[in-house]
Design a binder for this molecule. Structure first.
Ligand code: GDP
Ligand code: MN
Length: 387
């Protein structure tokens, strides 16, 4: 789960990591009064969306007067920001974060993640911060250092290695090590999957400050962090995924045309692959799982039928624990309220296969039957094209 920059900074502040003073604003007047309260003569108005690349897209405005702050807020609130990370559709700006402006002397990249190779929490750092780290990695990989934290906390030696790599002065080494230790604590205690400061800056006054922060929570550990769950912003998530999660469906929205209903994650992946192979793309990943009921299958079909992106549905069930008649009954239940407005291709094999087919056929449903996955994918891709 992703959270907003201002929320990530609040977490870092709790652990004593330096962040600029700032305030959240949900409307233009709040933005101006936030700037007034912060004082000073330079403010930065930042669009809060769950995506990076805002600076280049105009979502980060450095303002030199309250008038500028107002203009930036008017401009940004309600607008749709298209950045390198949002995709073409962009993301609507509903929240602004107003911060005191800082004088930047240097921008560094710093992130923490779980390094699978060493099975430790690792820092990834670079003196080339503020920009696209993927580009730095591709063009100047020598500017990136990965350092796995050996013990339970960051040692003084590890702090020094990173400070030296960033090119900090002797007087800043201790400060840097202290921040690294706190970041590491925050990462571990909050069960983060990723924590990224891009940039962490050195101010002209010689202080290290977090200018941008991204925090991704480990979804598997969210159950023990109600305080993180409370930060979930439904506006930032795909409404289809939110609905699916309410029914316990393992669902991920994608941008293709073929709606998929499959049992088992492996089979769902294979189904997605074969759709691509046949020339189209899946509209979603959907694993109905093993312990499905007519109700959950029904909700899953409703989700697919009400999705405007879906041009054809491909049902690929290899019934073991899942019974094919349950799938068929779920479909019959769903069409009572959500008519089958797109072609449905069904590959139903395994437990109660005949019963499943019988239920669908007796209801007079115009589904396209397929004998195997290859054929099913071919039919679905053709049906989506209207062939
Ligand atoms: P991102 O583009 O979504 O990653 O947004 P960032 O928060 O990283 O901001 C992008 C850039 O805006 C930073 O790299 C800085 O160069 C600039 N910026 C952000 N805050 C300030 C500030 O307080 N003062 C100045 N001068 N520049 C800032
Ligand atoms: Mn950034």
């Amino acid at each position: 789960m992703n959270i907003h920059e201002y929320q990530a900074k609040a977490i870092l502040a709790e652990f004593g990591v330096p962040v600029p003073r700032g305030a959240l604003a949900l409307n233009v007047d709040e933005a101006v009064s936030a700037a007034q309260t912060l004082g000073g003569s330079i403010w930065v108005v930042k669009a809060q969306i769950h995506a990076g690349g805002r600076g280049k897209a105009g979502g980060v405005r450095v303002c030199k007067s309250l008038h500028d702050v107002r203009a930036a807020a008017v401009d940004l609130l309600g607008s749709v920001l298209v950045t390198k990370q949002t995709g073409e559709a962009g993301k609507q700006v509903n929240r602004l974060y107003v911060e005191e402006g800082l004088n930047i002397a240097a921008e560094f990249y710093l992130s923490l993640l779980v390094d699978r190779e060493t099975e430790k929490v690792a820092f990834v750092v670079s003196p080339a911060g503020g920009m696209d780290i993927e580009e730095v990695a591709a063009t100047t990989p020598e500017k990136i250092l990965t350092l796995a934290v050996a013990g339970d906390q960051v040692s003084a030696g590890e702090g020094r290695i990173i400070a030296d790599f960033l090119g900090l002065q002797e007087s800043q080494v201790e400060d840097c090590a202290d921040i690294l230790a706190k970041l590491h604590q925050a990462f571990c205690q909050k069960d983060a999957a990723m924590l990224e400061l891009n940039p962490l800056i050195l101010t002209r006054e010689g202080n290290l400050v977090t200018l941008d922060a991204k925090f991704i929570a480990d979804d598997n550990a969210l159950y023990r962090h109600p305080e993180l769950m409370a930060l979930r912003d439904h506006d930032e998530e795909d409404p289809r995924e939110i609905e699916a999660s309410q029914y316990g469906l393992n669902y991920i929205a994608l941008d293709g045309h073929i709606g998929c209903m499959v049992n088992g994650a492996g089979l769902a992946m294979a189904t997605m692959d074969i759709i691509q192979l046949k020339g189209d793309r899946p509209a979603n990943f959907l694993d109905v799982g093993g312990g499905v009921t007519v109700d959950t299958v029904c909700e899953a079909f409703k989700l697919l039928f009400s999705d405007g992106h879906v041009k054809a549905v491909l049902v690929n069930i290899f019934g073991g624990i899942v019974r094919c008649d349950v799938i068929a009954s779920g479909l019959l239940e769903a069409i009572k309220t959500h008519p089958m407005n797109v072609p449905v291709v069904m590959r139903l094999v395994g437990t109660n296969e005949e019963e499943g087919r019988r239920l669908v056929n007796e209801a007079g449903l115009d589904v396209i039957w397929a004998d195997d996955l290859d054929q099913a994918a071919e039919f679905a891709v053709a049906a989506a094209k209207g062939v």
